[in-house]
Design a binder for this molecule. Sequence first.
Ligand code: CU
Length: 477
Amino acid sequence: MNLNRRSFMKYTASTAAGLWISSCLPDKAISKINQTVKEFHFTAVQTRVNLGSGKDFVAWTYNGQVPGPEIRVREGDIIRVVLKNNLPEDTTIHWHGIPLPNPMDGVPNVTQKPVAPGETFVYEFEARPAGSFIYHSHFKLQLDQGLYGPLIIEPLSETEAYDQEYTLLLEDWVLQDVGGAAAIRRRPAGPMMGGRMGMRRQFPTSQMPLPEPVYDGYAVNGRLLSAIYPIVVNKGDRVKLRLINPSSATEYYLSLAGHVLTVTHVDGNPIKPVPTEVLRIGMGERYDVRFNANNPGKWLLAAMETGLGEGMLRIPVNYRGIKRTQSVGPIFRQDMLLANYMDFTFANLWGDITLPPDRSIYQTLSGGMHSSFWTINGQVYPETDALRVQKGERVRLIYGNHSMMPHPMHLHGHFFKIVNPAIPPDMWILKDTLIVDPMQQIAVEFTADNPGKWLHHCHNLYHMEAGMANVVHYAQS
Ligand SMILES: [Cu+2]
């Protein structure tokens, strides 16, 4: 089982094994014995890359590759990453989804001093829980310039049965030197627009946030459309896909022609398996899905985005021994079965929730109309009010999206449960990123069990940079 799990990622992470420097006994700082330290050395550096088609350009990379090397460890291991900053500006690494100790969370000026050019910083934390995660820079626009990679924590004992496993990062690219919106020249100074009521201070025009870029390439594991490596299966294989969206401003609707995808994990956490024809994956989200290779042929796992049409990403799924040259893609229809958060139930029973929560906090998400800023409760980060909690409290965040854009809201340092009135609370699913759709109200609950200062923000990078963020503060006890 799983012998082929690296067969796809090897193209982008072939040096990961080489980076794996040592496996040694834990040092004195680690209280548990028998924990293995897995040490990785990352150098953040600008590198000329080619995503398999199109022109070369300068991306911001870890170790000269996009995406960054795969980190793959076992639950309970100690992950140690020695980050060397060879970029021309500060940087940090955030370990998206992992509830780790606050000083390791990698948010500049919230959990750590940014790592200056030429400096080194060591991240170290326990790999827990098992699941599919992302690591990425949390500094300015570096996420959109290429600084991200997959982080896979394998369970101590495998409970799933599958024959092949692929990790697929779905990426949006601006194929220009520097990349992202940083590649777009700042607009000339002009009169301030209205619509920023409730803001506490005026921003000089030079600090106006950058708009989302127009992406000119979508890639899977650093390979553009025509160069995407195929998934190769044998008839009868049970195939596990780890679908990861590190894109800065793109969500994807995925469908696999000729097969049904079954969702097994949301943001790394197990759910009762749910079949779906289409899967939506927002920025920062991860879904593990399975399919049974029971329909020989040449197929496409394709993605579309509203407004962009079909086929922005096409991943070939080829059965061995099939000669047909033309691949068959999915046909997106309005009436396709699209699995929704509310269709999912947690695989285990919680047994730890009573209602109501200790504290409820409203989060009104606005912006985008006549304004360059995106707000929470009418405020722009860092002027946003803190989310004040006490250790041990069960906190409910009630989102109301008063804008015309979806916002994938992400909470650092904790998982939250998505409130689903139709099922008992002990079946609510556990996630760390939740898409709040236009004009939707939806709530999550988390237990304040990891003291520190934790960022909470929209994972559309350009919404976050334009103000849609705040910080969870634990009261001093
Ligand atoms: Cu947003």
